[in-house]
Design a protein around this ligand. Structure first.
Ligand code: SF4
Length: 277
């Protein structure tokens, strides 16, 4: 649980930045840090660059001038960007502070005037629903919701600051009804917790019932800092699942083969697209 938050307003020099993330041309991160505080978050490596000493999830830099910087960048003669923009590559653009600061909302307002940019959002928040009218004005946009499991007994420890999965999915359904392309990111698959047949069967059926037709999946990447945090959380909250995590870390290849078999069984023609990233 987040016990304290060191929050400050900062000024950024650049809004739209080129990215090496496959499938995207640019990324934008309206916040530094992320109060969703997911235990498995890979973005926590950003602390190395920003100098934050606080734990991941316990600090937040609010880039209050980002919409103005973006408008200047896009209207300048030197930059004529086109392609895909990922809004939130090392933060969640719709984390709770966005309700007050509305930076993501202001960014979308700017992007509406630049139809050569496709907007891609990946979030764990139902707050994105607030901006539905703006999303509809964009020439091209899609929204991905990360959902690892429907079990709130697990998500409240794994993703303590994020919206409950039921709320994310309810908003996903609303966006679909409004003709916004939506996909679900099941990532990372967590051994013994979110990868069980029961958990995945419930999730797949719930997604299908909501109208989801595109799913992307990713396995756990065993970055040392992440696996240490996960091991601590498993020991504390899910001790019975710890052997499954340790087995995965010892034999990731075999685990992936076995899980792929289960996923093939769950996959059916109702899902148009199931990709492993
Ligand atoms: S929502 Fe994304 S960026 Fe934020 S803590 Fe979770 S994994 Fe990290």
């Amino acid at each position: 649980m987040i016990t304290q938050l060191a929050q400050r307003e900062i000024l950024c020099k650049s809004a739209l930045n080129k990215t090496g993330i496959p499938s995207f041309d640019y990324c934008m991160n309206p916040y530094g840090g992320c109060t969703h505080a997911c235990i498995y978050c890979y973005a926590s490596f950003m602390c190395r660059f920003t100098g934050h000493k606080e734990k991941w999830g316990e600090f937040l830099d609010v880039k209050v001038n980002m919409p103005d910087v973006l408008a200047k960048q896009l209207s300048g003669r030197r930059m004529q960007p086109e392609g895909k923009v990922l809004l939130g590559s090392v933060t969640d653009a719709y984390q709770p502070a966005e309700a007050r600061y509305q930076i993501t909302r202001s960014i979308l307002n700017v992007l509406v005037g630049y139809p050569q940019l496709e907007v891609h959002i990946l979030t764990k928040s139902d707050l994105v629903q607030r901006d539905l009218p703006l999303l509809r004005q964009l020439r091209a946009c899609e929204v991905g919701f990360t959902i690892t499991t429907m079990d709130q007994n697990i998500t409240r420890w794994l993703e303590p600051g994020a919206s409950p999965p039921q709320l994310r999915l309810a908003v996903a359904g609303q966006l679909i009804k409004s003709d916004i392309p939506v996909w679900i990111f099941i990532a990372p698959l967590l051994p013994g917790l979110t990868d069980t047949e029961e958990s995945l069967t419930t999730l797949f059926h719930t997604l299908h019932a909501t109208g989801i037709r595109e799913i992307r999946l990713d396995y756990l990447n065993p970055y040392p800092a992440v696996t240490q945090r996960l091991k601590n959380a498993y020991r504390r909250y899910f001790p019975k699942a710890l052997p499954a995590l340790e087995e995965y870390l010892r034999r990731p290849g075999s685990y992936r083969d076995e899980t792929a078999f289960l996923l093939r069984q769950l996959q059916n023609s109702k899902f148009q697209n199931i990709q492993r990233t």
